[in-house]
Ligand binder design. Structure first.
Ligand code: MRU
Length: 355
């Protein structure tokens, strides 16, 4: 790997027995960590988008459970394993779509069940740190595998932020982009601004500038025009590369609202659509995308912009935060365990049998 160290952007840090989260609501204007020492604040930070992105939410929950165990054990060393159940539920209610959250909670719950009555913190902390490290390693692997799919130098388009900030570090979609850029296969990244939270304009663009990768921000509505008109130029957009919050067992992909529209565009214009996500994002318990719970957030986020009201007073709004792209529109799902081309149930089952 060339360029800057891959782990220089750290959204989540465990330090001095506390969880520190880079406050992503303030980026890029301010680079500020907030310190969390109780589980309710951790859940609230996930709901409020201090930390966001499926893998990052899962890792944060794992550390949140360490904090909860410390408190419950101090209060009642005999009964902490029962008492912590409320905390697991609080964390599980923080956001509904990213399955990494539930994956991390289930993993920690299983270990909690098997722990003796000794201080649980060392074992749980070590597991949370392992989850964190494994996620970074998975991203680096996906970066390599995804970059190999890009045959010739081109521009790419990405949506939302599936970067270091959305994960333990390095990123899923942006991991592929980092790796492909290092291999001289990417001339430019187009980043959809991603209303209403502007993860593209604020976070993806910031990560790309940080790594000296040429980036142009687009309003969502510009994607179709840019894809069409770029084909005749010297920087054609050949790939759309995104992350995912949950992939159903048939390969349907939930990701930030607007992703589905991009997949339709990609197919219409004959360009490729890649989803980079760790196997912790694959939900084998659901048959298809219709079963994925789609978070509907406050309408205030749509009726205003960065906290300022902009819409006509009296107008209502809808604010689905995610959509589902059918597997048939996905050219490749890139995981740390391998690449699935033209995904379907059989191929996803084969991939997951190696996990
Ligand atoms: O609402 P957000 O910012 O949590 O949504 C994040 C996304 O949709 C990401 O694309 C997805 O979680 C993949 S992150 C590697």
């Amino acid at each position: 790997m060339t360029g800057k160290p891959y782990d220089s952007i750290k959204p989540i840090i465990w330090q001095d027995d506390a969880l520190q989260l880079l406050d992503q609501r303030l980026l890029p204007a301010e680079y500020t960590y907030i310190t969390l020492t109780d589980v309710k604040s951790v859940a609230q930070a996930i709901t409020d988008m201090v930390v966001r992105g499926a893998p990052a939410i899962g890792i944060t929950a794992a550390y949140g459970i360490v904090i909860a165990a410390r408190q419950r054990f101090a209060e009642n060393p005999e009964n902490w394993q029962q008492a912590i159940d409320t905390d697991l539920q609080t964390l599980a209610q923080s956001r509904p779509t990213a399955v990494n959250l539930f994956w991390a909670i289930d993993l920690m719950r299983e270990v909690i069940k098997g722990l003796a009555v000794d201080d649980p913190v060392p074992a749980l902390l070590s597991l949370a740190q392992q989850v964190h490290e494994d996620d970074i390693a998975a991203n680096v692997k996906m970066g390599e595998l995804g970059a190999q799919l890009i045959a010739e130098k081109c521009a790419v388009l990405t949506h939302c932020n599936a970067g270091a900030l959305a994960t333990g570090g390095y990123g899923t979609a942006l991991g592929v982009i980092r790796s492909a850029f290092a291999d001289n296969k990417i001339s430019r990244v187009y980043a959809d601004e991603t209303r209403p939270w502007l993860q593209g304009a604020r976070l993806t663009a910031w990560e790309m500038v940080h790594d000296d990768i040429p980036v142009s921000i687009l309003v969502e509505g510009a994607a179709a025009h840019m894809i069409k008109t770029s084909q005749a130029g010297d920087q054609p957009i050949r790939w759309i590369i995104v992350g995912s919050d949950r992939i159903a067992s048939n390969g349907d992909v939930a990701n930030k609202i607007g992703t589905y529209a991009l997949a339709v565009l990609a197919r219409y214009h004959g360009i490729k659509f890649m989803v980079a996500a760790p196997t912790t994002t694959i939900d084998m318990n659901i048959a298809g995308g219709d079963e994925i719970p789609i978070e509907e957030r406050s309408t205030e986020e749509v009726l205003g912009c960065s906290g300022h009201p902009v819409a006509a007073q009296g107008a209502q709004a809808r604010n689905p935060a995610f959509d589902v792209t059918p597997a048939e529109l996905v050219d490749a799902i890139v995981t740390e365990k391998g690449v699935v081309l033209n995904p379907d149930s059989e191929k996803i089952k084969a991939l997951m049998s190696n996990v």
